[in-house]
Design a protein around this ligand. Structure first.
Ligand SMILES: C[S@@+](CC[C@H](N)C(=O)[O-])C[C@H]1O[C@@H](n2cnc3c(N)ncnc32)[C@H](O)[C@@H]1O
Length: 205
């Protein structure tokens, strides 16, 4: 039985939810030559044990869920997005068994209350968080994830930023590392051909 949790969330970024309201259109626009999914699949296979729990923040149409299945993951996968259409779409594909419909920060707070998770992952969603929210998310993830985090940070050009219909925030590697709670260490950091940086974080102890 699939479950969708919608905790009341005053910080849900409605502009972004509206922008991503059509999951099928989003999926149809995807660039098949994007190397990020394969980089993520490889990192997930190396870091995440098959039965560990994984929380996918900003799941969109379910790309990270699909890559986790490809990497041999068979544990609990929980989806999250501010767009209900994205959640419905990715749940229907069977990549996740439950979902949180709210801001990722709110979802991580909620997951802490129900006992935490092993891993959190996020592909192409960090650009929708301003610096303050990114810092808070990384802090909450440290409180909630028993094992680690795999997140991509996109290299956005000024043109892409100007052309976007919703606010986007490019985050540099130095900014992210300076923001990390002290107990995290950067396990691997892979540059995806000028497109993104994939950061794999784990606990120091
Ligand atoms: C560029 S899409 C990426 C989707 C998917 N991860 C992928 O790689 O194909 C960004 C997704 O993040 C979601 N999103 C943006 N900000 C969010 C937030 N603060 N909390 C949860 N989801 C968010 C959007 O609704 C959208 O579905």
């Amino acid at each position: 039985m699939m479950k969708i949790v919608s905790p009341s969330d005053p910080r849900i970024p409605l502009g972004v939810a509206h922008y991503y309201r059509n999951a099928q259109a989003y999926e149809d626009q995807k660039n098949p030559g994007n190397p990020l999914p394969d980089f993520f699949c490889k990192a997930a296979r190396q870091a995440i044990r098959p039965t560990e729990t994984v929380f996918d923040m900003g799941c969109g149409a379910g790309l990270a869920g699909e890559m986790l299945v490809k990497a041999g993951h068979r544990g609990l996968r929980i989806a999250n997005d501010v767009s209900l259409d994205m959640i419905a779409h990715s749940l229907a594909k069977g990549y996740y068994s439950e979902a949180y419909h709210c801001n990722a920060i709110r979802a991580v707070e909620e997951l802490k209350l129900v006992g935490g998770i092993d891993w959190a992952v996020a592909l192409s969603m960090s650009g929708y968080l301003d610096s303050e929210d990114l810092k808070e998310l990384l802090y909450r993830l440290y409180e909630t994830c028993r094992r680690g985090v795999i997140m991509s940070f996109e290299a956005l050009t000024p043109e892409q930023i100007t052309a976007s219909m919703v606010p986007v925030y490019p985050h540099t590697y130095d900014e992210v590392v300076a923001t990390l709670p002290k107990g995290w260490k950067v396990e691997t950091m892979a540059g995806v051909r000028g497109i993104a940086v994939l950061l794999c974080l784990s606990r120091k102890t």
